[in-house]
Write a protein that binds this ligand. Sequence first.
Ligand code: SF4
Ligand code: MG
Length: 326
Amino acid sequence: RNLRKLFPGKSSFMKKDKAWIKAVDGVSFKLDAKETLGVVGESGCGKSTMGRSVLRLIEPTEGEILYKGKDFTKASGQELRKMRADMQIIFQDPYASLNPRMTVGEIIAEPLNIQKRYKTKEETRAHVLKVMEVVGLNTKYYNRYPHEFSGGQRQRIGIARAIVLNPSLVVCDEPVSALDVSIQSQVLNLLRQLQQSMGMAYIFISHNLSVIKHISDRVMVMYLGHVVELADKNELFDHPSHPYTQALLSAIPVPERHSKRKKILLQGDLPSPANPPSGCIFHTRCFMAQEICSSQKPELKDVGNGHLCACHFCGGSCTENDKKEN
Ligand code: SF4
Ligand code: MG
């Protein structure tokens, strides 16, 4: 609820005040048990920072994280450790996120050891071997090191480490982006299968819309640290309401040869999160922008059936037809 993460930026020569980089700027959303919320947006829009703040891997500057009725932001000591065990993360880069000096067995056992789950090494080992099987890793690799594996296998090790404590929530931060396309679907299918058998909820972060479409129940679109649209997956892909979402979706290649769909090109670059635009944060690049947009910030409002959109012209005037006329 209203999650905010500011990073101190370089203070400029002229100004005494520090510049603050608003990586996540007032993000609110709800996640149901066993649900997958896809989070999409360009790189630098705050997706990863949001995912990490939710787990308090980086401490949020402001806001509340309400988890199973408890305020996770205020948890400390024993309670924090217990809640942490229930929330895990899978990182983007399976090459960088595994300690090269630890064996596969040690990597997967680490969360069990931190949580003091078992009294004996044998019990821990038996649990690790079981999880290796679940994620499709041959148990004979138990004493091998990460560098001996391909990207896909390494990501299976990362997934094993994330699920070994049987969590209820896993933040998947671009878990397939670093993998070959041929391996991506295997890992995505594994994640889906695990979700079904273990009943986890995912916050699934990706810049790849096809991946998001494949895996999500609902989709949240982020731009410059803000949520600009949030809806059920089919609703979002069939009826994108926010101009930014429309532009993102128009960039997906369409298989039909004579498709009339036009690609919407965004002007300019993503503005600096240290100095975000006034009014609507998207107005400097929006093909629909009007005068009001540079001065008044649009609220994230329900445009019907829980479809949320942050645009002054959402829910009616902002349609495909308007876009073609423009
Ligand atoms: Fe574009 Fe204005 Fe809507 Fe922002 S409020 S998305 S600038 S039309
Ligand atoms: Mg990222």
